[in-house]
Design a protein. Structure first.
Ligand code: HEC
Ligand code: HEC
Ligand code: HEC
Length: 122
């Protein structure tokens, strides 16, 4: 019976798509967008934040770590992007921003905290 494996593959593909349309995990987005965060980041290395700083919006973010950018925890793409259907309707994809980063970088820049004096109790 060759039908069963084929059917199972098809079902797996369908459930993958269903998962993708519910709340896609970063891994699923990356399958089509560069494969790794590094190669996605290579595409946005010249991004300019509103502060005028060149900062890459695609960095690892581990909210539970003392240094959130050290461990390789993928950021949640949907904090900054909205999901798009397949095939994507490019007219509906809005440009993303780095507001999500400001949840921690609350001076709205990407200076070291020690140099901006942000936690000195003022
Ligand atoms: C099945 C492949 C696939 C998946 C999965 C996928 N995308 Fe896309 N995405 C595309 C294609 C194709 C385009 C249109 C690219 C083009 O026409 O230049 C696109 C466009 C985009 C764009 C607009 C920028 C650009 O390159 O045009 C963003 C942002 C984006 N996708 C983010 C995401 C995010 C976030 C996810 C996960 C929630 C995701 N995508 C999942 C295939 C995919
Ligand atoms: C902190 C916010 C943020 C997060 C998280 C984020 N992005 Fe982005 N992304 C941006 C910004 C800002 C840009 C540049 C402006 C734009 O193209 O919308 C961008 C651009 C893109 C582009 C277009 C790249 C190009 O060549 O123009 C793709 C594709 C994309 N992001 C996919 C992803 C995927 C996949 C994830 C999750 C692994 C992700 N993003 C996570 C902010 C984010
Ligand atoms: C969960 C909190 C958190 C989030 C979210 C976060 N960061 Fe960070 N980030 C930190 C911490 C903590 C440091 C180390 C701070 C320090 O040394 O002052 C840091 C350091 C940095 C640095 C290095 C500064 C330096 O000169 O050493 C850059 C660049 C940076 N973050 C960019 C980003 C970007 C871009 C985003 C959004 C995509 C982001 N961060 C989201 C907490 C966060």
């Amino acid at each position: 019976m060759r039908l069963i494996p084929a059917l199972l593959t098809a079902l797996a593909a369908i459930s993958l798509c269903a998962a993708a349309s519910a709340a896609p995990k970063p891994e699923e987005c990356l399958k089509c967008h560069g494969g790794t965060l590094e190669s996605l980041a290579a595409q946005t290395k010249n991004y300019k934040a509103p502060s005028g700083e060149t900062v890459n919006p695609h960095v690892y973010i581990d909210k539970l770590a003392a240094n959130p950018h050290k461990s390789k925890v993928l950021p949640d793409c949907l904090k900054c992007h909205t999901d798009h259907g397949i095939p994507p309707d490019k007219s509906k994809i809005k440009p993303a921003n780095v507001d999500y980063c400001y949840g921690c970088h609350h001076m709205e820049n990407f200076q070291k905290c020690s140099s901006s004096g942000c936690h000195e109790g003022r």
